[in-house]
Design a protein around this ligand. Sequence first.
Ligand code: ZN
Length: 113
Amino acid sequence: MNRQLVLLVSIQNLELQLRDAQDDEKAKELEALGFPMDADKIKQDIDGLLDQVEPRHKGYYKKLKAKYDNPVVPVWDGHCTGCFANVPTSFTSVVHENKVMNCESCGRILFQP
Ligand SMILES: [Zn+2]
């Protein structure tokens, strides 16, 4: 996978984790299951990853983030799993050119799971 995409997927996962960590009840539940829920540490990790994202992708990600809970979504069976629009078949080949692709319908950043 494109390194920029790997970063964006990781950031999105950490942001979801951060939301849980900031929710006292959920954080307690998850901590009991053995997941460390240190909001400050998670924030640091997010910042560290964001520093490695190219500015144009970072800006776009933040814009999407304001609109969607899941700005980065996997392609499943030829569809964007964010809005379920068809993803052009060229997507698969373009992915190999190492580009960050967007859904033509909703704009979310797509990746191949
Ligand atoms: Zn979409």
